[in-house]
Write a protein that binds this ligand. Sequence first.
Ligand code: AMP
Length: 224
Amino acid sequence: MSELNLILLGPPGAGKGTQAERLRADFELPYYATGDILRAAVKADTDLGREAREYMDRGDLVPDELICKVVIDRVDSDEARDGFVLDGFPRTVGQAEELHRALEGLERQLTATLLIDAPDEEVIRRLSGRRVCLDSGHTYHVEFDPPKNDGFCDQDGSALVQRDDDKLETVRHRLEVFHQQTKPLVELYEREGLLRRFDGTRSPEEVNGHIRATLATLRLEEQI
Ligand code: AMP
């Protein structure tokens, strides 16, 4: 397969980031997570960060025109010549259309959209229990992966905090946003024959195994 151009789709907290880590390691692909890009911009207090912040804190999507160019510039960079993994983009039909146009202009196309799905109750449990180290960014979970000392990072002893957008009400709102604005992409990619589904309630190892098997099949199909 000449290129591996992948999108990870799914509700927040379904495990897209975890799977992306493994895909990066397995296939040496650059990974562009728009949530991470935007959080870094907020932290660095850039123009993008200042514009994005209020939307993010509320759990709303930032406007398409703020995020599309950021992603398309990366997709069109040297490091992404052999492929890329997009996580958290596209999130609206408008973003998907813009990405499609940009790829067409570059005479490239998507290889697959990997949908990692999980029910709302599971997402709420996972995200509202998540705690992040202020210093290292290391994450814990009050129920599934608690630190040894309640409220403090095992690695450097810094305080653990809850991200504003992981607060219960905001998680509920992010889910609503997912169902209203991002779910339509599932149908869109299904119609285009690009969608592959994975059960995000399975263990990360199982999901990774299924994804690897799917990508291996896609490669075989391409050779036929
Ligand atoms: P995430 O970590 O992917 O859940 O993203 C965190 C927040 O960043 C989201 O709740 C949005 O406010 C914003 N965001 C990330 N990706 C996008 C996108 N593709 N379009 C609009 N907003 C985004």
